[in-house]
Design a protein around this ligand. Structure first.
Ligand code: PHE
Length: 345
């Protein structure tokens, strides 16, 4: 038998022993270079192959291949075991320190407008009101015409409108078209609903006005609904929203869809009607507009004004939030400053 075969087998034994002595991945890599690499000892031995008689070469070649395969398999096994051990050691070292204080997860919260809307709706729900959903994109007819705005009446100027490229299609300027849609859907049934949602006005954005804001409309229609019902309902609302013992007052006003129309104030939440910056030293804060549903509007909605009567009110949601939470600029609501959203609950 060729000497070379014996030498190869001796090399195998030596290599195995050396491999077993390695203690790191780096060491296994230099072991590979030493024994199996291009400049390694196996390659060096096989250089002698060319000096052998042709008939001996196959056996040497086969032996070399077997040994190479076997050594590579052992190398992989050894490296796998090393990686595994390293990982276990790292895990053990990391451990879990149960005495470290937890990291408080940052939890989202409701936007102040949403929170306030829910608060308002809940108060009215407690008085038997249901929520009626009405679209933000409206017809001129629903937003104005059927609500008794004459085509060129200056009252339209109270609410600067966003028009669309489609004739008579507008963004609603108030939630009052919800009144009309609800009546048309339910006449001649009695109605007691609130209609919360977005409204749009083509106005300059200032500390007091945004071009998009939220309102809650209220509508009650039935037989023998009187102004006293409106007063009682709003006083109850003011007491739940702004605290027990609040007073409200009514000032005469004008809306085309109510008659009589009023503006409703609550005594200043900050100074208790003594007069301060918030109430501009009047002692009162305006919270909403309201009135008895105009007979023409009842009729347009499908109710006979000789038999039915009703009241309606509408309030700005951000406005309520501003009074309740002492916010002095409406622009905070939609400028997405997380510090504001964080601070205002
Ligand atoms: N829609 C009126 C506004 O936006 C408010 C209102 C609603 C007044 C219902 C009376 C009755 O100013």
């Amino acid at each position: 038998m060729s000497n070379l075969v014996q030498e190869l087998e001796a090399l195998e034994g030596e290599a195995i022993a050396a491999l077993e002595g390695t203690t790191s991945r780096a060491e296994t890599e230099s072991w590979y270079a030493d024994y199996l690499g291009r400049k390694g000892r196996m390659t060096a031995l096989l250089r002698g192959l060319s000096g052998l008689p042709a008939e001996e070469r196959p056996l040497v070649g086969q032996t070399a291949n077997r040994i190479k395969g076997a050594l590579e398999a052992r190398l992989q096994e050894r490296q796998g075991a090393m990686d595994q051990a390293a990982m276990e050691q790292a895990l053990a070292a990391e451990g879990i320190d149960v005495s470290v204080p937890g990291r408080r997860p940052s939890v989202g919260k409701l936007h102040p407008t949403t929170a306030t809307q829910r608060e308002i709706v809940e108060i009215f729900a407690g008085m038997g009101f249901q929520v009626y959903d009405s679209p933000e994109v409206e017809s001129d007819e629903m937003n104005f015409g059927l609500l008794n705005f004459a085509p060129d009446h200056p009252a339209r100027d109270m609410q600067d409108t966003f028009f669309t490229t489609q004739k008579d299609v507008i963004l609603r300027t108030h939630t009052s078209p919800g009144q009309m849609r609800c009546m048309l859907e339910y006449a001649p049934e009695p109605i007691r609903v609130v209609v919360p949602g977005k409204v749009f006005r083509n106005e300059d954005v200032t500390a007091r006005s945004e071009m998009m804001f939220y309102q809650v409309e209220g509508l009650v229609v039935g037989k023998k609904i009187t102004f006293a019902d409106l007063k009682g309902t709003l006083l109850n609302f003011a007491n739940q929203m702004y605290g027990k013992g609040r007073s409200i007052r009514f000032r005469k006003s004008y809306f085309p869809f109510t008659e009589p129309s009023v503006e409703v104030d609550v005594d200043c939440v900050l100074c208790g009607a003594k007069g301060c910056r918030l109430c501009k030293h009047t002692g009162w804060l305006e919270i909403l507009g309201a009135g008895m549903v105009h007979p023409v509007v009842l009729q347009n909605g499908g109710y006979d004004p000789a038999v039915f009567s009703g009241y309606a009110f509408g309030m700005g949601i951000e406005r309520q939030a501003m009074m309740k939470r002492s916010i002095d600029d409406i622009r905070y609501f939609y400028s997405n400053d997380a510090r504001f959203l964080e601070r205002v609950g």
